[in-house]
Design a binder for this molecule. Structure first.
Ligand code: AMP
Length: 434
């Protein structure tokens, strides 16, 4: 009986070899920019205690309520319920407290890169396993830092080549001082419109009224248009903070749109909140990334009150934009030398040469499953190797090898002992010509 073939889970894509160049391209830019902005890398666990996200992101958010992948408990793990991480800020905060980073010079600036997991309905640009990079600044409330993280993200988008049609949507969502009053006003206002809003908003009204302002349902939009705006009700501190953030963005010439309806889907934000999206994405369906301040989160997790700000960018969505805009990506550097083997004895010798070159820091490759010269030279061309070494029966017998310049086809027989020296010489000549 024919066995059923097993597929990857829905919304969990493979990243195939021909796609790797995009990932490498973005990763190189992210690493370089983060380091030059003084951020240090942190790697975080792929699964964590469920309470971390329930407390941090908020019990009533879609992510916590509907989208977490829970791991099966074992008998020894009665206490904790582990989940695949849906995002990384909560883990960064946990690590900050757990490793006593408050005693480090402040602010602590860290960046991460890795997969996140959310049980969402898979569709274009929305996966169940997707990758984010993000950065966090913990331990300082200076509003210039808010502009600093937006600037870093913007520079990354610029270096990738996709910033042209993007905009930073920005808002202030207030703080623990002004939010109760804002919430009260929103509740008062919405009490007249209960029948006109979508079922999700009827639920939000009871548990998280601020998020009423961020609903994208057409039914709710006319109500939102006349609802009280957070920005008109900020306390003096939040107002001043936001003014400095906007002034700094003006100074840095980063394009932004003030969007008083922007709340974001995670509950931990205070003061500045922002998202990067395409100008043409008027319905705000597909942001490339976003973030904000979370000045209360560390205290909420049991640490001392510590202000912080951060953001996360979606890598698949960035790659989609790169492809859409046909940005040219540098090809991955292939092997410098392709070793061609013709016959059983040549195979052994070929592996020895590949490993010898590799030890000398010269990238080398071979293919043991192809036997013909033509096919193997074809592979060398495909890999864009500037040189090939050809080993036939005769060369094995003479302890020689043919060195072929793949560009002009010129060949020379050399002693096997001279391989490294000759290749280095040839690579040196290419560099000089450049
Ligand atoms: P968030 O962590 O929800 O603030 O999302 C930050 C960014 O991650 C978004 O702007 C998207 O680019 C990306 N993202 C979030 N959820 C998904 C998903 N399910 N699939 C692909 N990318 C996502």
């Amino acid at each position: 009986m024919k066995q059923e073939t097993i597929q990857s889970p829905r919304g969990v894509p493979d990243i195939l070899p021909d796609q790797q160049k995009y990932w490498r391209f973005i990763r190189d830019i992210v690493e370089k920019k983060c380091q030059s902005f003084g951020f240090k890398k942190i790697d975080l666990p792929f699964f964590e205690d469920q309470r971390l996200f329930a407390r941090g992101i908020g019990n009533s958010t879609d992510i916590v309520e509907k989208e977490m992948f829970e791991l099966k408990k074992t008998s020894e793990e009665e206490e904790a319920q582990y989940v695949l991480r849906p995002e990384a800020t909560a883990s960064v905060v946990r690590a900050y407290i757990q490793h006593g980073m408050r005693s480090w010079p402040q602010p602590v600036k860290m960046y991460y890169w890795g997969p996140m997991f959310r049980r969402e309905r898979p569709q274009k640009g929305r996966f169940r396993q997707f990758y984010q990079f993000g950065f966090e600044v913990l331990g300082n409330i200076d509003p210039h830092l808010d502009a600093n993280v937006i600037l870093l993200a913007w520079q990354i988008l610029e270096a990738i080549g996709i910033s042209k049609d993007l905009v930073t949507e920005i808002n202030s969502v207030g703080c623990s001082q002004c939010r109760p009053e804002i919430r009260k006003k929103i509740l008062e206002f919405y009490s007249q419109y209960q029948d006109l809003i979508c079922p999700d908003c009827q639920r939000r009204y009871l548990i998280n009224p601020l998020r009423l302002l961020d609903c994208k349902d057409k039914k709710c939009l006319p109500v939102i248009a006349s609802a009280p705006q957070i920005i008109d009700n900020l306390c003096r501190e939040c107002k001043n903070h936001f003014t400095v953030v906007l002034e700094t963005l003006d100074e840095l010439e980063i394009p932004y749109d003030l969007n008083p309806r922007l709340i974001r889907g995670l509950d931990y934000y205070t003061k500045t909140a922002f998202e990067f999206r395409e100008l043409k994405d008027k319905d705000r369906q597909s942001s490339l990334g976003g973030g904000g301040r979370y000045d209360d989160l560390i205290e909420l997790f049991g640490g001392k009150k510590t202000p912080a700000i951060g953001l996360a960018m979606g890598i698949e969505r960035i790659i989609e934009k790169i492809k859409e805009k046909k940005i040219r990506i540098p090809e991955l550097i292939g092997p410098k030398v392709f070793v061609v083997q013709l016959g059983e004895d040549a195979k052994k010798c070929c592996l020895k040469i590949v490993s010898q070159l590799d030890r000398e820091g010269i990238g080398a490759a071979c293919n043991l499953s192809q036997n013909s010269l033509r096919e193997q030279l074809g592979l060398a061309n495909k890999a864009k190797s500037p040189f090939a070494l050809i080993l036939g029966q005769r060369e094995i017998y003479d302890k020689t090898v043919i060195l072929r310049d793949m560009k002009n086809g010129v060949q020379d027989t050399i002693d096997q002992k001279e391989i490294v020296e000759k290749i280095k010489e040839q690579i040196g000549t290419i560099k000089k010509k450049k």
